[in-house]
Design a binder for this molecule. Structure first.
Ligand code: HEM
Ligand code: HEM
Length: 127
């Protein structure tokens, strides 16, 4: 699990940095919000989930940890694609907004589940 999270994090870093370099070079900053979220949600948060698995969760692969993994990965990927399309003005906001809402909730529940996994994994057993 840690390896899968960290590898996807690096993939987002490369995409996000490429977008940053394009923005800097072209002086066209319309995608700066997309760039910010590819770097922070795609790279930083995904990397932190990898660290959580490595440091505290012992890379456990339970049903809950698999659900957490897929909620974060699917939610993040489609949220970022949606942001890109929104700022590229491919679709109007009232069309894409509600669709983004689904993926925002997936990302949110992914974070909630990671908090649950962390609490369970670090609970003291000697009560
Ligand atoms: C090759 C490296 C990078 C380049 C060329 C680059 C380029 C840019 C550019 C041109 C902007 C738009 C600034 C604006 O219009 O206000 C921006 C914004 C931003 N970048 Fe990067 N970036 C790079 C790396 C990173 C990294 C490593 C992170 C985070 C891990 C990051 C996070 C952000 C954030 C959060 C914003 C939005 C800031 C705001 O609120 O205006 N960037 N970047
Ligand atoms: C469900 C996930 C998320 C949603 C739906 C979301 C939504 C938004 C929205 C609507 C904005 C304002 C964009 C604008 O100015 O037009 C924003 C800005 C920002 N968000 Fe998020 N966000 C999410 C996750 C995150 C995470 C995880 C981080 C950091 C770890 C983050 C960091 C930022 C930053 C730094 C800005 C300012 C970027 C800029 O002005 O370019 N966001 N976000």
């Amino acid at each position: 699990m840690d390896r899968k999270f960290v590898l996807t994090a690096f993939a987002y870093a490369l995409v996000g940095l490429a977008l940053g370099i394009y923005m800097a070079g072209s002086q066209n900053h319309t995608q700066h919000v997309t760039h910010a979220h590819v770097m922070l949600l795609g790279f930083v948060v995904t990397f932190i989930y990898g660290l959580c698995h490595k440091l505290w969760l012992n890379n456990l692969t339970t049903t809950l940890s698999k659900i957490q993994y897929y909620l974060h990965q699917i939610g993040t990927l489609f949220l970022l694609i949606g942001l890109f399309l929104l700022f590229a003005k491919t679709f109007p906001e009232n069309v894409i907004g509600p669709i983004l809402g689904i993926f925002e909730i997936m990302v949110f529940i992914g974070m909630l589940l990671m908090a649950v996994l962390f609490v369970v994994a670090t609970q003291k057993t000697d009560v």
